[in-house]
Write a protein that binds this ligand. Sequence first.
Ligand code: GLU
Length: 318
Amino acid sequence: MSSFSTSSPSPAGRYVGRFAPSPTGPLHAGSLVAALASYLDARANGGVWLIRIEDIDEGRAVPGAAETILEQLDWLGMHSDGEIVWQSRRKDLYQAARERIAGHVYGCGCNRREIADSRLGVGPDGAAIYPGTCRHGLAPGREARSLRLRVPEAGEDLVAFRDRFAGWQEQRLALESGDFVLKRADGYWAYQLAVVVDDAQQGVTDVVRGADLLDSTPRQIYLQRLLGVPTPRYLHVPVVRNAQGEKLSKQTGALAVLPATQDNREEAAVAALQQAAGYLGLQCAAPASAITSLSAFWQQAVPAWAKLLAERGAALAV
Ligand code: GLU
């Protein structure tokens, strides 16, 4: 799998969505919301829904977590319409993409400390803004540690897009991100490159994910333009926070959604889905107490999602 094809494998116009969890732990109340939103949007639009395991950061991947996530999705009734893709097995594609944009990529010898010391501050995602130290070549005696993508000069660096939920978004890449990493110092391909290559190669037309990734989207759109691949539509759903206002994650102690016993498997699945549907603001036609099976849940939730989109002016013209 060494050539990186830009042709969409899906029939023209067909919706292709995906859920792309990083296997750092089981699905919890927060990640389930992103999974549910992407699944509902695909179903409400008569589309295809794919699962991709984003295990490109092999240092962070927790052994067994991907399998647990796949079991959880199966238990909840969310099945991939295609083969499940694993990023760790697609490194040739990332390499081929990097070669395609070679003129925009350079070796960087800086370490974290040096970048932080430049005091340009941090971008919206909390990462230090790169000052461009190695942009025109490595200083004598320095060796490349990572690969970076050169972004346009200030003034030509604006990337804008309309998010279906969050509305109009703008980011100045030079000021708010700086040249960003495509291959990390530890040898792993960066998320930004892998996600763009995979979405394009899988023919994804619609990305539905958590709003914590809203700030990454302009970098991804810029990469899509350089690679000459289509930009999907984006819908970022609000991030679920705990009582302290922290994003729910394994680090903030979010509990996995799992069936408590073999006997209550379906009941527990419906309860977990109803909670996630509540975070999304879904209003099912039937009262929650009347929804006791998975099939009843999905029958109710798909039109409720379509209604919510229509009310927000976020429905697709497909
Ligand atoms: N793998 C990312 C995560 O689990 C999601 C990436 C994406 O949806 O683009 O946060």
